[in-house]
Write a protein of this length. Structure first.
Length: 265
C-alpha cells in the first residue's frame, strides 16, 4: 500500500501509516460514520481496510435504517432488515467484527426530523430516554472514544449526508464536555476527515491512499455485498474506473476569537 500526503511526503508501508496522519497515538481507534449503510465502503473502503491491516482498532456506525432503499414493492417493508444483513456481510469482507458495527436506526431520508436532541417518544431511536442525531452521535463517540473520525463530505447533495455531517461535528464538541452525563464519560475530541461518495469536496483533498489490487478487490466485493441496491452497479463501475485510490480531506476546526481578526483593522 502507498500513502501520500499532499506535502510531497511518500509513505509506502502500513507500518508508517502514522507518517500520514498527524498526532499519531500509541493506540489508534478510528470510527467511520455513514449516513447510509453502503456509504462507508463506497467512499473509504480502502482507508478502512488499510487501517485494519495496520492494527488500528476500527469501528463503523450506520446512521439510518435503509428503509427507503427498496427496488421492488415486495421489499418495501423488509428492505431495512435486508440491508442490515448485507451491511454485516460487507464489513465482514473488509475484516470488521460484528461487535465493531453499530446501527443508529434513524429513518432513512428523514434525518431532518431528528436534528438536535429531544425526549424520545414511542417509536423513536432511544438512548437514555432521549432521541436525535446529536444524542446518538454523542453517545457513540463517547462509547468508542476514537482518535479519528471519517465521514462523507457535507457538500454531498443528499440531505442525509449534509445533516449527518453537521450533526457529527457538533456532537464531537458535545462528547468532549460534561453535558448529558447519561451518554457516557467525556472523551477528547478526535481529529476528523471527510471522504467523497457522490459529490466533490468543498476544497481539494490533502490525503491520498493507494492500495494493492487485493485490497481494492476487497472494497469492490464489499460494495457488491449490497445486492438489494441494484443502482449500486453503476457506482461500482465508477469505482473501478478510478482505480485503487481514495482521497481524504482533513476537517479543520477554528473556534471564534476576536484575535483572529485584529490584523484586518
Amino acid at each position: 500500500m502507498k500513502f501520500l500526503r499532499r506535502t510531497g511526503k511518500d509513505v509506502k508501508s502500513t507500518d508508517k501509516l502514522k507518517g500520514l496522519f498527524p498526532d499519531w497515538k500509541e493506540k489508534e481507534t478510528w470510527l467511520f460514520i455513514g449516513p447510509h449503510d453502503d456509504d462507508i465502503v463506497l467512499g473509504s473502503g480502502i482507508t478502512m481496510r488499510s487501517a485494519i491491516e495496520a492494527g488500528v482498532d476500527v469501528y463503523a456506525l450506520v446512521t439510518t435504517d435503509g428503509g427507503m432503499g427498496y427496488c421492488y414493492l415486495e421489499q418495501e417493508h423488509t428492505i431495512g432488515k435486508i440491508r442490515q444483513q448485507e451491511t454485516v456481510e460487507s464489513f465482514k469482507i473488509m475484516g470488521l467484527e460484528n461487535d465493531h458495527i453499530f446501527f443508529a436506526d434513524f429513518p432513512d431520508c428523514d434525518t431532518t426530523s431528528y436534528v438536535g436532541r429531544r425526549k424520545a417518544h414511542e417509536g423513536d431511536p432511544d438512548i437514555g430516554g432521549y432521541t436525535g442525531l446529536q444524542n446518538a452521535f454523542t453517545y457513540f463517540v463517547r462509547k468508542v472514544r476514537p482518535t479519528r473520525i471519517f465521514l462523507p463530505t457535507g457538500e454531498d447533495l443528499h440531505p442525509d449526508h449534509k445533516i449527518v455531517y453537521q450533526e457529527v461535528l457538533i456532537s464531537m464538541f458535545h462528547a468532549g464536555g460534561n453535558i448529558w452525563p447519561e451518554l457516557g464519560e467525556p472523551t477528547p475530541p478526535p481529529m476528523a476527515y471527510e471522504f467523497g461518495v457522490y459529490c466533490d469536496f468543498p476544497e481539494a483533498p490533502n490525503l491520498k491512499i493507494e492500495a494493492s489490487k487485493k485490497v481494492f478487490q476487497k472494497k469492490l466485493d464489499a460494495i457488491l455485498a449490497y445486492k438489494s441496491q441494484e443502482q449500486i452497479a453503476s457506482l461500482v463501475e465508477g469505482v473501478k474506473e478510478g482505480g485503487p485510490i481514495e482521497y481524504l480531506r482533513e476537517i479543520e476546526f477554528r473556534m471564534y476569537s476576536v484575535n483572529n481578526y485584529k490584523d484586518l483593522f
